[in-house]
Design a protein around this ligand. Structure first.
Ligand code: GTP
Ligand code: MG
Length: 390
């Protein structure tokens, strides 16, 4: 440790000396006023003595510096470690990103493969262009895929150029055969008892309108005597609707409010050639309504039941409907309505496939009596395979 004393007349003077010699690092240890001594003391001014140290002062400074340096280097180390850590993390994130990219690519490739496979299945199913066109049209009409495949089965090897006509004829015939010969309502009066033709089906499909169309043909074209019974008393408007048609057509009409009233009404119509029974539309989800309808149908001994289905109903819903009606009636024929409201006629084939029941009339508009005909299966086959024009 170096200790040095400096003297001067003022503190300023001494400090300047110290700064000159030791620089600004020197540390002041003590200061003392120096009084002049002896006989000259009266004439002399007091001075100042400053004791300083360089080492002592630099040591704490050094310690401080060291600590500071230590702290700084620790901080730098920590900072570096953090940087390394961050680098590692960003590396990991990059790796993860790469993995995600790879996964995304993999999913895309797989999806593309599946989509192109499905497309291949659906669009490029047949080598023969005509068969492919038929298949595409059947699909557009929402024909059940398996049924469409069945209709076009075993034909792909026929040479296209030489046998176009054969191919077309075969496919048309297959459809016509599959649909079967549509059956119309016939007068069938045995033992003096007219047959009861009952129309059943979901709400709003066109049962009442179709009955009006059918009886108009019997009354106006064939001059037959027809009796009408309506069991649809759920809505006042329903009774009024049929009464209006009956009035215009000159048919008699009876209303029944319970199944017990059915037999007497049928009896009262025994002179008629045909009796039509209109029923209330049933939601295929309402069990109670279905029981009532079943009860009504059971009371008819000589009957012909027509299940009326709208072509505007989706395939899935139509399936539910036919399954539900199959629970309460075994023997029935099918009438399709609202052909004018859809481009897809596939449900005609689909329903036939699921029920195997005979087809009958088809309706294509609201006009009574014009918008109805016995289904023309050749026309339907053409529409299903070729175009959507009606
Ligand atoms: N576009 C079109 N509408 C039809 C056809 N047949 C019936 N309609 C209409 O469908 C609606 C319902 O017809 P309705 O005869 O009352 O049907 P419904 O099955 O008796 O109905 P509910 O008795 O309520 O079950 C009416 O507006 C009819 O004009 C058809 O072939 N095409
Ligand atoms: Mg009705």
């Amino acid at each position: 440790m170096k200790i040095k004393r400096y003297e001067g007349r003022s503190k300023k003077e001494v400090l300047e000396k110290i700064r000159e010699e030791l620089g600004s690092e020197a540390l002041i240890l003590s200061e003392r006023i120096i009084q002049p001594k002896g006989i000259f003391k009266l004439f002399q001014k007091s001075g100042i003595e400053v004791t300083v140290t360089l080492d002592d002062m630099s040591r704490p400074r050094n310690n401080f510096n060291n600590q500071l340096e230590e702290k700084m280097s620790k901080f730098e180390d920590q900072h570096k470690a953090k940087e390394v850590e961050m680098e590692k993390q960003s590396e990991t994130i990059k790796n993860l990103e790469n993995k995600l990219d790879n996964l995304e690519n993999l999913i895309k490739t797989m999806t593309d493969k599946i989509v192109s496979k499905v497309k291949d299945d659906d669009t490029k199913k047949y080598k023969n262009n005509i068969l492919q066109l038929f298949y595409d049209n059947l699909m557009k009409n929402e024909v059940d895929k398996h049924l469409a495949e069945e209709i076009l089965k075993d034909l792909d090897d026929i040479d296209e150029k030489n046998n176009v006509n054969d191919l077309v004829r075969i496919v048309y015939n297959r459809i016509i055969e599959f649909l079967g010969k549509p059956e119309e309502i016939k007068i069938d009066k045995e033992e003096g008892k007219p047959k009861v033709v009952a129309f059943i089906g979901p709400t709003g499909v066109g049962k009442t309108t179709t009955i009006a169309k059918v009886i108009a043909k019997f009354i106006l074209d064939n001059k037959k005597s027809v009796g009408l019974i309506t069991a649809d008393t759920y809505r006042i408007a329903a009774v009024e609707q049929l009464k209006t048609y009956a009035e215009i057509l000159g048919a008699s009409i009876e209303v029944i409010y319970s199944p017990d009233e059915l037999a007497p009404k049928i009896e009262s119509y025994k002179e008629k050639e045909l009796i039509f029974l209109d029923t209330a539309g049933r939601s295929h989800k309402n069990e109670e309504q279905f029981k009532e309808l079943q009860d009504l149908l059971r009371r008819l001994d000589k009957k012909e039941v027509f299940l009326v289905l709208s072509l505007a109903t989706k395939y899935r819903d139509t399936l539910d409907i036919i399954n539900k009606y199959a629970e309460i009636v075994e023997d029935y024929k099918i009438i399709f309505t609202k052909m004018d409201e859809t481009l897809g006629l596939g449900n005609i084939l689909n329903v036939k496939m699921h029920t195997k029941k005979p087809l009958s009339y088809i309706t294509f508009g609201q006009d009574v009596p014009d918008d109805i005909e016995l289904m023309n299966t050749e026309k339907i086959a053409k529409l299903l395979l070729g175009s959507y024009e009606k």
